[in-house]
Design a protein around this ligand. Structure first.
Ligand SMILES: [Zn+2]
Length: 130
């Protein structure tokens, strides 16, 4: 199953309530998707959004827990980089925390690529961290 298997369908009812569902591309339109959960009215518009098949990259702070309270020692500026597909499936995560420059460099190298190319780029020379 590839990342582009799903689409998002965005609906609006007569009272301008908005909702959306994520469904398999080409799947049927069940009634519970097209009726408004707020007013019960039928959807009057529906718009399809098909995701791009590009990886999603995030830089997470490794500083969410500290060993001891007190002033910020300033040397905890460490990060993890996480790469996911558009369905939120995690493809890679740096094994250890790395500094911001290394994190941004990894993001720069993988950003805008489809999963196969991004994985090849990541595996070519991912920072090992400390
Ligand atoms: Zn409504």
């Amino acid at each position: 199953m590839t990342a582009s298997t799903f689409e998002r369908r965005r609906y609006r009812c007569d009272s301008s309530h908005l909702w959306s569902v994520r469904v398999l591309i080409g799947s049927a339109e069940p009634e519970e998707h097209t009726s408004c959960r707020i007013c019960g009215g039928e959807a009057i518009t529906m718009r399809r959004e098909v995701p791009t098949d590009r990886v999603v990259l995030s830089v997470e702070s490794a500083e969410q827990v500290r060993d001891r309270p007190g002033p910020d020692p300033g040397d905890l500026r460490k990060f993890y980089v996480v790469m996911s597909d558009v369905n939120g499936r995690e493809l890679r995560r740096t094994a250890h925390h790395i500094d911001l420059d290394a994190a941004l460099e990894l993001v720069r190298r993988c950003a805008g690529k489809e999963p196969v190319a991004a994985l090849a780029e990541w595996d070519r020379d991912a920072p090992r961290g400390r």
